[in-house]
Write a protein that binds this ligand. Sequence first.
Ligand SMILES: Nc1ncnc2c1ncn2[C@@H]1O[C@H](COP(=O)(O)OP(=O)(O)OP(=O)(O)O)[C@@H](O)[C@H]1O
Length: 274
Amino acid sequence: MSEGLKRDYQLCEEIGRGRFGTVFRCFSPESGEFFACKSIDKRLLLDSIDRECLDKEAKIMQLVSGNPNVIQIIDVYEDDSYLHMVMDLCDSSDLYDRVSKRIFSETEAAAVMSPLMEAIEHCHRHGVAHRDIKPDNILFDGRNRLKLSDFGSADCFSDGRSMRGIVGTPYYVAPEVISGRDYNEKVDVWSAGVILYIMLAGIPPFYGESAADIFEAVLRANLRFPTRIFHSVSPAAKDLLRRMLCKDVSRRFSVEQVLRHPWITSGAEGRRDQ
Ligand SMILES: Nc1ncnc2c1ncn2[C@@H]1O[C@H](COP(=O)(O)OP(=O)(O)OP(=O)(O)O)[C@@H](O)[C@H]1O
């Protein structure tokens, strides 16, 4: 364990594992607060690309810090074997667990979408596209406050620079990413639209048995609202979904337009809340 980390924090139990690292709960005697410490074993980094990705993740997290709905990086420590990133502790169930259990009312879905879109707007304002918006990366802290996390696939797009490269997760990835064209930050709006659909319907909008089938369905982008599921969903929610899951990027809403949509500004008040 790095000397600096040992000096500043007490490491507690393991709370998760990823490809390169282990996440521990840790305690800061100075602030009296608990945090999460992601410790990356540098021996597991296979090549310089892995190393660059990791450096980029830490830099981008620092760039987008300062928003209550984006996970904050508090400290970074590095020694020969490990990179440790101390960040906000999110010890409530994540959105993946929550959407796996049940369908959300519109008010509940809006209570997730507002802070999520605020977090994405903050990133876009700082020239950062997350590029892997999905329920597993939407965490909640002990006070149930949403925190957008995992900037491992994020990239910078400022100065009008577009992005390339296939990143993301099949159900959530935008069609222009799959088709291999240059793309912009609106890929995050698409992915957030997929999340909104799943929260309201309990199923993804573009479905397939294999990754290849899912990609084909996403490329077709044939958005449907089956009556059996959507009969009680408001026209405003469907309108927002159409504008977020729009294949034509120039017509797809920006994050600012999503935040101004009546379904978001009204908090989906009075809709399917039985
Ligand atoms: N800030 C946090 N607070 C609480 N738990 C966390 C936090 N960050 C991550 N975790 C937990 O640790 C697990 C591993 O996280 P990590 O970011 O290392 O990997 P991952 O994103 O799940 O996967 P990979 O990076 O390998 O694609 C997560 O699944 C989550 O359960």
